[in-house]
Design a protein around this ligand. Sequence first.
Ligand code: TXA
Ligand code: MG
Length: 311
Amino acid sequence: MMTRVLPPDERGLHLAAAILGDGGLVAFPTETVYGLGANACDGRAVAAIYETKGRPTFNPLIVHLPSLEAADEYAEVAGPLRDLAQAFWPGPLTLVAPRKPGPLSDLVTAGLTTLAVRVPAHGVAQAILSAFDGPVAAPSANPSGRISPTTAQHVLAHLDGKIDAVVDAGPCQVGLESTIIGMEDGAPVLLRPGGLPAEAAEQAIGAKLRVLRPGQVTAPGQLESHYAPVAPMRLNADGPEEGELWLGFGPDEHGGANLSEAGDLREAAANLFGMLHRLDTGRPIAVATVPDIGVGQAINDRLRRAAAPRG
Ligand code: TXA
Ligand code: MG
């Protein structure tokens, strides 16, 4: 794949939006760091993000929107979170709020019932979001384990040839990821320090933010047996045994559900959460072997968690 370097002019921005619409990956500047964007409603495009970053797990992603009104379509931004949105959006602040039912791919939230939403202030990010006219999932545009990119050159250093385009608008002003604030037990909590000082947020809501100790579980997705179906799951199965439901991968004669009959890992990733949900009927589930390469690693990570003994 040839990665196009697009200028932040009208043609470049509309091309970027068109590539997103076609299910492609576009890196673009925000005021914090460069993000790796995909259409948040397109499961295969979101799977391509995980694959390109080489993320071995499905971490939930931040959905970028042009305004609070647009964010209201996807998340329940209420109480102190709404005060924060009104005070600091657009800006380097991400809010984790209850997800509303709708067209977002389950891969974006990694199956969680909360959604991280952010309204970036960068003019180029704003222009792409407006031209695309839909939710854009975007983690920082770096391979997993590398530092976040603050120039288009940083993005290209690792992702050249792996993504469709990067919009080059020079260095990011903040240079540090957004501050993430969510709610726990009815109180606002700081989930990640970042570009917006916590003190500024505290001043806006007139209350202290609770800070989670490092290592304390924040996203329930990190819990070993979260999203586990109620019944036992058997992995790397050759086929269903008596009484088991089947979740296949690749062509087979077992009937039942299939993550991807074509054996396409991105399609499998896009189908994973929805199918686990539908198969969660109380009957045991047997799952075919999924190749442990590319986004298959994240699929297997999630399957192992789902099959883990319950605590
Ligand atoms: O500044 C930023 O926030 C950049 C730019 C591109 O917007 N994006 C960014 O995304 O830093 P990423 O994927 O590198 O970090 C997102 C963080 C992850 O640590 C993830 O676990 C957390 O947000 N997150 C996302 N959804 C969440 C949720 N529902 N609950 C808790 N944490 C969530
Ligand atoms: Mg990151």
